[in-house]
Design a protein around this ligand. Structure first.
Ligand code: S3P
Length: 434
């Protein structure tokens, strides 16, 4: 689907309806990667429609994996087992940090060299966080001062015992995937608990993974040499994409939304607690567990919206949702303060600077800090020309804020939404009342 590069969002009166979210991006990446090195076929339903997950599929095809896309976003993957094929060209990760970081672990353990490249935004993002531990495992990786492109020599890896200095689920998955293909037992420790889809997906594909809570974080162990077997799975709806609709509903007292079959993984669902504390009424029905991932259906009703402060582990748990929470912050009663979120500076854009710049264009007062933002509540937003900074979450966050602005908002670079959610703007329009 080709999205227009400029989209006008008009103010709305209410939000009402039902939204079926595309498959979760984090889970789609991991299922595609693990299905590639599993034995036998996998069938993945409701695979993410975003360009990022297509980048992962493109890379595994370059590594000799045969897959087919069927109607209804079903991907059928013919697993090759642990040995991939020498790539026919560079592995193009596009805009996707997840693809580069997680796949680097798998290709480091292969008998051939790989080159991993990305677009302009990805080429600015830090990769030292995977290069350093993979090098400790025996990988030989050249980079541009810790940034892409990566040239990975490939070869036998040895297990690692690693305490992660940065809270990153991508790094954790990278090391667990590398550990699966390495000699010995790999142990990864994190001081803040990050999303656990890597661990859950490895188990779904038949690997034994041990996990223990440790302080506020966790310790995960995996033994190398285990074989994976293909699975049939349905990817639950993406909770980070649902965040835009939840925040849109939160802006209108009296709004009503239904979100069926949504991912409810506890390492992702902190957003729901925070929005409930802020005043949104949320009830969950039909809670179910599929391949270790919790799935539920949400009923949501808007009411008056209070403010909040996000710090420490909350900022890490909500890292992808902070842009939209910050974009609606001026419209809350007490405002929102975000601290301990300096990772936002090295996402697809500098999301702290992007949010501050766009909110100011809409006439809001914002205090920008190195590791976060302080945004007073009780403000009025004015329709303005805003910039996505080529970042999908910034484009979508400001489409939501624009629903309660005075006057129309023009979003430049709106096509960035296709990175995670190509149907976002039309889906939003379908639930908006004017
Ligand atoms: C992701 C983890 C997060 C998140 C990203 C997806 C994942 O990044 O921001 O969109 O799928 O593991 P970090 O692991 O770098 O925090």
């Amino acid at each position: 689907m080709k999205l227009a590069s400029e989209i006008v969002v008009r103010p709305a009166r209410n939000v009402r309806g039902s939204v079926q979210l595309p498959g979760d991006k984090s889970i789609s990446h991991r299922y595609a990667m693990l299905a590639s090195i599993a034995e036998g076929p996998s069938r993945i339903e409701n695979y993410s429609t975003g360009a990022d997950c297509a980048s992962t599929l493109g890379c595994v095809r370059t590594l000799g994996v045969v897959w087919e896309r069927k109607d209804g976003n079903v991907i059928e993957v013919a697993g090759r087992g642990p040995a991939l094929a020498a790539p026919t060209g560079a592995l193009d990760c596009g805009n996707s940090g997840s693809t580069m970081r997680m796949l680097s672990g798998m290709v480091s353990a292969q008998e051939f060299a790989s080159e991993m490249i990305g677009d302009e935004s990805l080429s600015r993002r830090p990769m030292q966080r995977v290069i350093q531990p993979l090098t400790q495992m025996g990988a030989r990786i050249d980079s541009q001062d810790g940034k892409p492109p990566l040239c990975i020599a490939g070869g036998k890896l040895k297990a690692i015992d690693y305490v992660m200095p940065v809270a990153s689920a991508q790094v954790k998955s990278c090391l667990l995937f590398a550990g699966l293909l390495a000699d010995g037992e790999t142990r990864v420790e994190e001081s803040v608990r990050t999303r656990d889809h890597g661990e859950v997906a490895l188990r779904a594909f038949g690997a034994k993974v041990d996990r223990k809570s440790k302080g506020g974080g966790s310790e995960v162990r995996i033994r190398g040499g285990q074989r994976l077997r293909g699975i049939e799975a349905r990817v639950p709806g993406d909770l980070s994409s649902a965040a835009f609709f939840l925040c849109a509903a939160a802006l209108f007292p009296g709004s009503q939304l239904t979100l069926p079959s949504l991912l409810m993984n506890p390492t992702r669902a902190r957003l729901l607690d925070v929005l409930m504390q802020m005043g949104l009424r949320i009830s969950v029905t039909q809670l179910d567990e599929v391949h270790g991932e919790l799935v539920g259906s949400l009923q949501v009703e808007g009411a008056a919206l209070k403010g909040t402060t996000l710090v420490g582990a909350d900022s890490a748990a909500l890292i992808d949702e902070i842009p939209v929470l910050a974009a609606i912050a001026p419209l809350t009663e007490q405002g929102i303060e975000v601290r301990d979120a300096k990772e936002l500076r090295v996402k697809e854009s500098d999301r702290i600077a992007a949010v501050a710049a766009n909110l100011r264009r809409m006439g809001a007062e914002v205090e920008e800090r190195e590791d976060g933002l302080k945004i007073p509540g009780g403000q009025t937003l004015h329709g303005a020309e805003i910039d996505s900074f080529s970042d999908h979450r910034i484009a979508m966050a400001f489409a939501v804020a624009a629903l309660r602005a005075e006057g129309e908002t023009l979003i430049r670079g709106a096509e960035a939404a296709a990175i995670s959610y190509p149907a976002f703007f039309e889906t939003l329009e379908a639930v908006v009342e004017r």
